[in-house]
Design a protein around this ligand. Structure first.
Ligand code: SF4
Length: 468
């Protein structure tokens, strides 16, 4: 069991007192921030903490970067060419800085944890004031104090994987919130950069998670999504507890209506978790279960540590325990060494499972990962063709999946609205993640309504509100 580290309360208090000092200067000047987030829910969640800290320092939120006194890019290194795109975005800020020399420009996020990137960025862009990694978010007040004193700095804290509890948050959505349960990852899938930039897996204490969920629900949040790179291995680094126990612990938090989680790793989704999903009434009947490939040979090369057969067995057990459960997944095609036959094993798995939706990718190498150094990389045109074939099959499966909802009525949490010329279409999800569009008034936003599905279109369900 690895030793977890926490940021000491004295250090957090020191940061809070710097906040108080900065606030005296910043609040009277009416300064504003703009945070732009790239990448996954982890980054979205980190940005909420960043915004919370900036609000405590006295900043208000600007509507766009043109009106901001502080611009922060929260970066992601998981996608291909992310670094190149980021450099372009930062270069483009030079004009804003020339127009407003007092503008503070910062760059943070997991890309800054990649070796050498932070220093390179500071060297290349003199208009950037501040660069920092994911592990030192809690030191943002101190970093800004240095920037106000005229310094330019890069802080990544490569070895410092301590958990910081009790940081302020600024969340946009009044009904739905993400809550971290683990940070980092121990799995080292051979294509993935995450364990190198986010560090080894660290679980939060169950009491701290429950307290955060309870506080959110007391403020009106009703839907919580638990976040981790592999939520199923939650508590592997604690003396006791498990992900299944955490689900049960959170299930009776007053005010909570929906409990979601992502992502799951098939190697750790065990019978206890299946039982917890079945026996709790708040845990939603949806599992995002990345399969990545239907070929055992490729799964081995990816270091996924489960087989196609084991994956299908989990799906079977979950369907048996929870009949209305829906599955979504992630799939990579064209991984090094993938033959046509292996690719067809992926297609046959997609056919067999019938995912509600799949996030599909053509493999692209990430510097620093073992797969990037593998021989037998697949030519781009083959990858593209396979991706096209896979998407075509998944589109058929999505239509089939949608068809079975025609005539179904269920409770929907309204998440947004689209103005479609003559009518406004609201959209939201059933508890099992199926999205439905229906005509309605925007005042229903963030409320629960009953909706019956009238028809299935290629990618979406169309319904009507049922009153009473
Ligand atoms: S489980 Fe694998 S793919 Fe997911 S974050 Fe960890 S190493 Fe990356």
């Amino acid at each position: 069991m690895s030793e977890r580290k926490f940021v000491p309360q004295a250090e957090l208090d020191r940061q809070f007192s710097i906040c108080d000092q900065l606030k005296k200067e910043i609040e009277p000047r009416g300064l504003t921030f703009y945070v732009e987030t790239f990448g996954c829910q982890m980054n979205v969640r980190d940005s909420e903490t960043i915004k919370g800290i900036l609000t405590n320092i006295g900043y208000g939120e600007a509507p766009d970067k043109e009106h901001a006194d502080l611009i922060l890019y929260n970066t992601c290194c998981v996608r291909e060419h992310a670094e190149k795109r980021l450099m372009g975005n930062i270069g483009a800020l030079k004009e804003l800085k020339e127009a407003n020399p007092g503008l503070i420009i910062g760059v943070c996020g997991c890309m800054m944890q990649q070796e050498g990137v932070a220093k390179k960025l500071l060297r290349r862009f003199p208009h950037v004031n501040l660069v920092f990694g994911t592990h030192v978010l809690h030191r943002l007040p101190e970093m800004l104090a240095h920037v106000f004193a005229g310094d330019r700095l890069a802080m990544t804290g490569e070895e410092d994987f301590a958990i910081a509890e009790g940081l302020p948050q600024l969340r946009d959505n009044p009904r739905s919130a993400f809550v971290n349960i683990t940070f980092g990852c121990n799995n080292f899938c051979t294509y993935c950069i995450v364990p190198y930039v986010r560090g080894r897996e660290r679980s939060r204490d169950p009491e701290a998670i429950r307290a955060e969920v309870a506080a959110l629900c007391a403020s009106g949040v009703t839907e919580i999504t638990l976040l981790g790179q592999n939520v199923n291995s939650y508590a592997n680094d604690l003396e006791s507890g498990s992900f299944a126990e955490l689900l049960s612990l959170l299930n009776d938090v007053p005010g909570l209506k929906r409990l979601r989680f992502m992502s799951s790793h098939p190697k750790d989704l065990n019978d206890d978790v299946i039982r917890a999903i079945r026996e709790t009434d708040k845990v939603c009947h949806h599992v995002h279960l990345p399969v990545q490939s239907g070929s055992n040979a490729i799964l081995r090369r990816m270091n996924r540590r489960y087989t196609r057969e084991q994956y299908l067995e989990i799906i079977r057990k979950l369907r048996e325990a929870v009949p209305d459960i829906e599955f979504t997944t992630d799939i990579i095609v064209g991984f090094p060494g993938e033959t046509e036959e292996m690719f067809h094993e992926t297609l046959s798995l997609v056919e067999e499972v019938g995912f509600a939706a799949a996030f599909t990718f053509a493999y692209s190498p990430r510097n620093g990962t073992p797969a990037a150094r593998m021989e037998d990389q697949i030519p781009e045109d083959s990858k593209k063709r396979r991706l096209y074939e896979l998407n075509d099959l998944q589109a058929q499966k999505t239509v089939e999946n949608n068809q079975k909802y025609i005539g179904y009525t269920g409770e929907l949490l309204v998440e947004g609205c689209d103005d479609r010329g003559t009518e406004t279409m609201l959209y939201g999800k059933y508890q099992n993640f199926k999205m439905v569009y229906f005509p309605g008034d925007p005042s229903l936003l963030n409320r629960y309504v009953n909706v019956r599905v009238l028809r299935a279109e290629r990618n979406s369900l169309i319904g009507e509100q049922i009153h009473g």
